[in-house]
Ligand binder design. Structure first.
Ligand code: UGA
Length: 435
């Protein structure tokens, strides 16, 4: 099967590479010449465990190609995936679909033979209908079916999520398109990785409904964590006690500094807007958007408390800047809000992140960036763990204590046991654990 993927961001690149691993012939297309040049030189523009090896293997097998040229690969393709960005529009919080629309126009001009055009990007309900109209205007003779096939992969676990998904959702009412999509995902064991066929609008909405539900779970456990601190309870035990009920499930119940990343903040906001536009506001999601925003900055107050009430003139060491481990992505990371709040309060910041410092340097130039946890600890009045990278789970406490101005640890991911840290003579603050 010939597949073209437009956009080599996280979703586009991982999908393209994994589809070639399935055995399809895949061309990944991007306008950014520098990105395509890097990919053609065997370099991977994003940090994603296992991706580099998989790219090398499939390029060597002749199944995976990278190009800036759209016309040829799209004309030859049985299936064209659109996987360009749909960021939040600054003016109103709606998903900005301009990249999706322009990609669709370009595709429409060069389509040849029956082609399935798939939206992989997260797009609001009704986008597929609009794309059909665009294609009708640009190329009324095109034989095309527009399908919604939202992607549910997580950064950092993207390959496993794509190769062994809990489910694949395909939205289309066109029988020819459904048969093609069944073939695309044919290599998956359908018992363990079911493909759910729905209408196109249902598939589009399913993606938002799923992300908003996960965000809801997080916002909920974070508020329970705040209550735990007041009443002398332990949120990790509450999570376990709740999560072992199979109707609730244990995943996504780790309290922390609030959710970030390129998906939850954007998609919850977009769902809120869509629901308001249709006069069916989802108040639950409106509320969690607010809760999560407030939470990120509230974490700075935890740091203040830990250093005795005022961070002005104090040196705070930050461990972790990405929105979660195993990614170099700092988009909407809680670290951005926490850092800003600490800077506003007059703190001096030094920080380290294993993968995220390149982008962080541009976004947060006021920070003094260091090469490892120990140099961050040097002269610090407190250390704050914002991202739970593996290497922060094995900190050398005696050494850190010697290097620091005062032994204070604020652990916003609950990766240590309070007793362990206290044994090393540290003042310790975590999230929702006060029993
Ligand atoms: C999320 C969804 O999990 C994917 O299914 C979806 O495909 C993706 O968005 C998307 O729409 O593209 P991702 O943003 O990569 O994936 O990251 P998650 O692993 O879901 O984490 C999101 C945020 O929640 C992170 O800031 C993470 O630290 C936080 N989180 C997650 C917690 O605070 N506690 C938890 O228990 C789990």
């Amino acid at each position: 099967m010939q597949i073209a993927i437009i956009g080599t961001g996280y979703v586009g690149l991982v999908s393209g590479v994994c589809l070639s691993e399935f055995g399809h012939d895949v061309v990944c297309i991007d306008k950014a010449t520098s990105k395509i040049d890097r990919l053609n030189n065997g370099e991977v523009p994003i940090y994603e465990p296992g991706l580099e090896e998989m790219i090398a293997r499939n390029v060597a097998a002749g199944r995976l190609h990278f190009t800036t040229e759209l016309a040829g690969p799209v004309a030859d393709a049985d299936v064209v995936f659109i996987a360009v960005g749909t960021p939040s529009r600054k003016s109103d919080g709606h998903a900005d679909l301009s990249y999706v629309y322009s990609a669709t126009r370009e595709v429409a001009e060069v389509l040849r033979g029956f082609t399935v055009l798939v939206t992989k990007s997260t797009v609001p309900v009704g986008t597929g209908d609009h794309l059909e109209r665009i294609i009708g205007e640009v190329n009324p003779d095109a034989d095309v079916a527009v399908v919604s096939n939202p992607e549910f992969l997580r950064e950092g676990a993207a390959i496993a999520d794509f190769m062994a998904p809990d489910r694949v959702v395909v939205g289309s009412n066109d029988d020819r398109a459904k048969a093609v999509m069944a073939e695309v995902y044919g290599p998956l064991d359908s018992e363990r990785h079911p493909v759910v066929f729905t209408s196109r609008r249902t598939a589009e909405l399913t993606k938002y409904a799923a992300n908003a539900f996960l965000a809801l779970k997080l916002a909920y456990i974070n508020e329970i964590a705040d209550l735990c601190e007041e009443v002398g309870a332990n949120v990790q035990d509450v999570s376990l006690g709740m999560g072992l009920d199979s109707r609730i499930g244990r995943k996504f119940l780790n309290a922390g500094p609030g959710y970030g990343g390129s998906c939850f903040p954007k998609d919850t906001l977009a769902l809120v807007k869509t629901a308001q536009d249709h006069n069916k506001p989802i108040r639950l999601i409106e509320t969690i958007v607010g809760i999560n925003e407030t939470r990120k900055r509230a974490m700075a107050r935890k740091v203040e408390r830990a250093v005795g009430g005022d961070v002005r003139g104090k040196t705070i060491g930050i461990l972790g800047l990405t929105f979660k481990p195993d990614t170099d992505d700092v988009r909407e990371s809680p670290a951005l809000s926490i850092v800003q709040a600490l800077l506003d309060k007059g703190a001096l910041l030094q920080a380290y992140d294993p993968e995220g410092m390149e982008t962080a340097r541009e976004l947060m130039p006021e920070i003094d960036y260091r090469d490892d946890a120990e140099s961050v600890a040097h002269g610090a009045d407190a250390l704050v763990i914002i991202t739970e990278w593996e290497e922060f789970r094995v900190l050398d406490f005696p050494k850190l204590k010697d290097l620091m101005n005062a032994p204070v640890l604020v652990d916003l991911r609950n990766i240590y046991s309070p007793a362990h840290v206290a044994d090393h003579g540290f003042v310790y603050e975590s999230v929702g654990r006060s029993d």
